[in-house]
Design a protein around this ligand. Structure first.
Ligand code: PGA
Length: 251
């Protein structure tokens, strides 16, 4: 059995005061024992969140990282070794907002993935199609290509120490959730692609769904055979809502 994961992507939100409130709210949640829970605050708030959640079973990750593992002259970037030193244990790689709004391409995504693993962080590789690609019937092809870039460059076995997040771009922050069946189809295709190289690995890798996940939609999504939890944006900024989503993954 794969252990579900629910991860909260706080994106570019938060002040020291609102982050303190969110930490308080999270510490009051009853989290299910069988679920890995993680939050991804802005880089600025990582230390505050790591300290604030100390003693709770909630891991802290970064939303992005440099393509480099080691420190160096790279203004504005954060090396994966620095994230590790800050007690991050995960990092999002290739989120669609970075791919589309910040021009992050496959090569950069692959280098960030490799740097994360080099520093002992668990990369959460985000893949997903745009609305135009879905309407053109290209969903499976687009997602397969995003996965192949990393698998071909680094070897499929790197996914033994990674999580894959399927996030249809049209569902992110729009209130439009993929139906459980739509998401399941893509999750099964991702697992099938990995299974063609390594059935054992494919059976173990966690593939989580992201795109307007709410407490009301979580249980149905997480009930699908190849959906192993969620990557939650907007709803993760509300501790009660996020707690409910985590509990849905545990039931
Ligand atoms: P959303 O974001 O839940 O607000 O749609 C998901 C994500 O971008 O990770």
């Amino acid at each position: 059995m794969r252990r579900p994961m629910v991860a909260g992507n706080w994106k570019m939100h938060g002040t020291r005061a609102s982050v303190a409130e969110l930490i308080n709210g999270l510490s009051e949640q009853v989290m299910p024992a069988g679920v890995d829970v993680a939050v991804f605050p802005s880089c600025l708030h990582i230390s505050q969140v790591v300290d604030g959640l100390a003693g709770l079973a909630i891991a802290v990750g970064a939303q992005d990282c440099a393509t480099e593992a080691q420190q160096g002259a790279l203004t504005g970037e954060v090396a994966t070794s620095q994230l590790h030193d800050a007690r991050c244990s995960l990092v999002l790689v290739g989120h669609s907002e970075r791919r589309s709004l910040l021009g992050e391409g496959d090569e950069v995504v692959t280098r960030k993935f490799a740097a994360a693993q080099f520093s002992g962080l668990l990369p959460v590789l985000c893949v997903g199609e745009t609305l135009a690609q879905r309407e053109a019937g290209q969903t499976l092809e687009v997602v397969a290509a995003q996965l192949s870039v990393v698998a071909d460059a680094l070897g499929v076995e790197v996914f033994a120490a990674a999580v894959i997040a399927y996030e249809p771009v049209w569902a992110i922050g729009t209130g439009l959730t993929a139906s459980p069946e739509q998401a399941q189809e893509v999750h099964a295709a991702i697992r099938g692609q990995l299974a063609a190289k390594s059935p054992e690995l494919a059976g173990k890798v966690r593939i989580i769904y992201g795109g307007s996940v709410k407490a009301a939609s979580a249980a149905e999504l997480f009930g699908m055979p190849d959906i192993d939890g969620g990557l939650v944006g907007g709803a993760s900024l509300n501790a009660d809502e996020f707690g409910a989503i985590c509990r849905a993954a545990g039931s």
